[in-house]
Design a protein around this ligand. Sequence first.
Ligand code: G1P
Length: 292
Amino acid sequence: MGHNHIKAVIPAAGLGTRFLPATKAMPKEMLPVVDKPAIQYVAEEASAAGINDILIILGRNKTNISNHFDSVPELESNLSDRGDLERLRRVQAASDLADIHFVRQGEPRGLGHAVLRARGHVGDATFAVLLGDDLIDERDPLLTTMLAENERTGLTVVALMEVDPDHIHMYGAAAVEPTDNPEVVKVTGLVEKPSKEDAPSNYAVIGRYVLTPDVFGILEHTEPGRGGEIQLTDALQELATTAGVHGVIFRGRRYDTGDRVDYIKAIVQLAVDRDDIGPELRPWLQEFAATL
Ligand code: G1P
């Protein structure tokens, strides 16, 4: 799998307000999902899609994100002296993933502003953006399909998922038209977090994007939108009505870690599927559920 020329961008400069006080001195991207920080799942997903250059956009309190992707020689030699090779392998997994680069956002002015901060590193090339609140099951490769669609058409590609119309106000929503491929739609419009009544469809944008570099020029003049923030969705709306945007429809397993209840659900879902802890957890969960 060769997407060696493509770089990935992971915005990680959000304030994590919904997880206070856990996120008082620690970024939400470092919250463990089972035994790995959320951001490591996302970096692993990019790496699995063949991407070997990852730029993380940092905000305040984010130095432990960069520490996480460094190797820790004293910890590693300690594990190897003790013969704990399984843990050694897991510790090294984070530092062996890809070339990881960092840039700071400075002030949190929205996702669109964060993506614009990637311009210097990405240059005049197509790139992928992965949002850490959405975890995609490694058995359902979404990013690979999106990269292939971009390669085929040269267009910007977003990931779409059908959601309950009562939940569309939490997402960017897309107006779509079918193409010859049942997995792919043409995106004719995008609205950030519309009310149920104003939503053009129940196709929600989930946090994976393959963007052509013309998005940078658009983001430079994108005015603050919903919530007073510079919205990536608004820039993509402009792209949808000019160069064109395609959507890949995702029907696989997605775990939302954006709020507390979803985060707990994500941990339980991922843990029951694990070979090492699933067998112990599953019968306990059944017993526990029966007491509710
Ligand atoms: C962001 C985007 C939104 C998208 C969502 C996916 O919103 O602005 O368009 O649907 O991610 O998770 P956030 O959840 O960061 O508020």
